[in-house]
Ligand binder design. Structure first.
Ligand SMILES: [Zn+2]
Length: 80
């Protein structure tokens, strides 16, 4: 993965983006997030920012094993 598709700017170099966090993959609260967490090697839900571009916060779903981007969209709602 050497480029990343920003929904506002189009394909941009990976260096313009910064990873923020991986979202928990189990519903519930803090207990579930910590103790019932299971890492899926093929489907990761993450928050990224186009830091050196439009600065938009992005929701990204990708396959960590291959680096393939499955979905990118603007992150809406409260700050990540
Ligand atoms: Zn952008």
């Amino acid at each position: 993965m050497s480029s990343f598709g920003c929904p506002f700017c189009g394909p941009r170099p990976l260096e313009e983006f910064s990873f923020h966090k991986t979202l928990p993959n189990v519903p519930g609260g803090a207990f579930e997030e910590v103790y019932l967490r299971s890492d899926d090697p093929t489907d990761s839900h993450e928050h990224w920012q186009h830091r050196y571009g439009c600065r938009a916060w992005l929701y990204v779903r990708r396959n960590p094993s291959t680096g393939r981007i499955l979905e990118v969209r603007q992150l809406t709602g409260s700050a990540p």
